[in-house]
Design a protein. Sequence first.
Length: 313
Amino acid sequence: MTEGDLQGLIERIGADHVARRLAVETEHEAQLFGQGTLLFNVENWQLAPWIVEGALKAAGLYGRARRNADRVELRRNIVTSANLPASFDGFTILQLSDLHADISTGAMRHLTSFVGDIACDICVLTGDYRGKTFGPFDTSLALMTELCARLRPPLYGILGNHDSIRMTPALEAIGIRMLFNESETIARGSDTIHLAGIDDAHFYRADDIAKAAAGIPRDAFSVLLAHTPESYRAAAQAGFDLMLSGHTHGGQLCLPGGIAIKLEARLPRRMGAGPWRFERLAGYTATGAGTSLAPVRLNCPAEITLHTLRRFE
């Protein structure tokens, strides 16, 4: 891919944004320390997958963890708001997050087998399409192409900390409207709601919630797609009603009861998986359909999530 392939994106979101993200990508294999919200970026450590798999094998848990990773559940979540226009009562949003397609091939096969049967009004993808945080992405894009052919449009997406901005033209070519600190208006008759998406806030620090919210009336119902839930304070301050995120995998390898050992994010642990609230902001952190580092899960099922918006007086 050449710089010319990104020209359309440069014209839309600005050369500075694209150049900053590309600069971080270029150096990012060496950035185990200091870049992003965490002191140590374990996902950038090339030895991490070997350590995870070795520890599970030594504990006799690898087979179980490997089987768990290939199963993806459909979860349902109800979001209630007095701010929701009456004509959007019952509006549904299917969320897919953290697919990590090239290292989660079993989960992708399972997901592809049933996702086309799920009725929804819109589908959103909240980042991390590639397995590693660096390197080739052609296999991930090929698997995403197969999956997106089965999803019901319209599709909206954002990038995660595992994704290269160079993937964007291909993702948009398969029908995903990628949002880079931008918003879209969704209409039903004379009523509207607003959908915004920010670039990765965890590693690349390329998010700009104020810019994403700039075109949204303060009193309008609005949804923010943010790869990591770490942006919850800024999202609440900007007036968003709902924030859909992923990134944490719910811990992926958890103690019995779903207690996460590590979330790879700086946020209250109650926001690490499932529904949560902060002030007037409703949030949901998906555990993800795929896996990071290695295709293994314990006590933390993979998921896609169907959110239903409900109005209450």
